[in-house]
Design a binder for this molecule. Sequence first.
Ligand SMILES: NC(=O)c1ccc[n+]([C@@H]2O[C@H](COP(=O)([O-])OP(=O)(O)OC[C@H]3O[C@@H](n4cnc5c(N)ncnc54)[C@H](O)[C@@H]3O)[C@@H](O)[C@H]2O)c1
Length: 446
Amino acid sequence: MTTPPRPLHADSLSRRDFVRLSAGTVAGAMIAASPALASSGLSRLTQPLKVGVIGCGGRGTGAAVQALRADSNCILHAMGDVFADRLASSLKAITEEMGDDAPGKVQVPAERQFTGFDNYHKVIESGVDVVLITGYPAFRPEHYRAAIAAGKHVFAEKPLAVDSPGIRLVLETAEKARQKNLASLVGFCWRFNTGMKGAFDRLHSGAIGDVVSAHTTYHTSTLSKRPRKPEWSDLEFQMRNWWHFNWISGDHIVEQAIHSVDRLAWAMNDKMPTKVTCLGGRAARSGPEHGDVFDHFAAIYEYDDGRRAFHTCRQIDGCPSDNTDYIHGSSGSAIINGWVPTYHFKDKSNAITWKGPGKPEDASAMYQNEHDDLFRSIREGKPINDVERGANSTLMAIMARMAAYTGQTVSWQQAMESKESLVPDKLEFGPFPTPEVAIPGKRKLI
Ligand SMILES: NC(=O)c1ccc[n+]([C@@H]2O[C@H](COP(=O)([O-])OP(=O)(O)OC[C@H]3O[C@@H](n4cnc5c(N)ncnc54)[C@H](O)[C@@H]3O)[C@@H](O)[C@H]2O)c1
């Protein structure tokens, strides 16, 4: 078992570290305030980290609280959302959640609350050190590009993009982040779940022999809907119901089931497939209010060593749910489900040989773990950057959607080089047609 990540609190630095770093120089507080010395060891370890959040929905609210708890010298400084009502409810929820700590930690006056499509530039330029990018997937690549260009550390939710041009921009930006020594952590939260890490470490240490194949599932109920209000334009309706629209969400294999696609990648030791064939459609979803997304996908990934791996996802009411990883090895199998949690390793006779950690942590701890890791890496001057891995998993999901929509087998190279761009360059609230639902065999692979 791996040990849980240790939360970093700036005030948990040993006194010896502090004295060693400040010896022979002026008082720590003055150094921390000096921009010229902003990259010195002491200021890195002690200066307040100002956080800005872009995308103040459920996840942005949670991530802001986790960031504030990850580091005792961290302040929420600015917030941005396209919609003022979302920003207001998020700020209220964060303030309530932080309780007695709110006055010191939540410092977002009206002049640092930004709305409209250009909110992200204003958040980034407001004097923040760390940006939490938690809006809709369509905008992730541009938000990430702008944050790194301005020299900010980043937490970016999954998925990293909805299309291949987005993936290419994210990969270019990750390289720039590396050159600038900036952190970029992607919200593939199961990678930060202690029980899951223990199970995958065990898998990769050969507990079931060589991994031969795997099947991950994300079978769940359907999406909720926000009924259209008379004052909403077409675009506002689509954005408020973003899960139903491929151009904003990437469809549910990219937006939701991607956690299980990522664990399929993890099971295959992050080796990427050479191609994918994917069946999909909408059996229980119809009408423009459901946009253009499918309600089921079944992806068959092929690898250059002849192996095949599978992912299925479904969003249909009245069918059993399942969100499990079934992994097959040369000497046994593993069944992994972090929610229950279940970590069953079996031998070839199907007898259980290992049942996981004695007392696994609550699954929701993984969200705190990822922020603890991010802030620790910033404080230690060893910024984490797991974007390439996150982009690979995102492209695995995008290529499956491309294969399902077109009915074609899609190679990794075709997916990486695709020119299909889903996100308009400029958006203004007003008329915006509902995209047509893809018909396999007719939709062209671009
Ligand atoms: N890692 C996880 O387990 C997990 C869980 C939930 C959501 N997510 C991801 O987090 C992201 C947000 O999901 P959510 O559940 O918070 O959705 P949400 O609808 O609750 O919130 C998204 C917010 O982003 C805002 N937004 C959209 N575009 C924006 C832009 N261009 N600039 C600023 N704000 C913008 C929206 O107005 C909304 O308030 C999605 O990518 C989702 O997949 C991840």
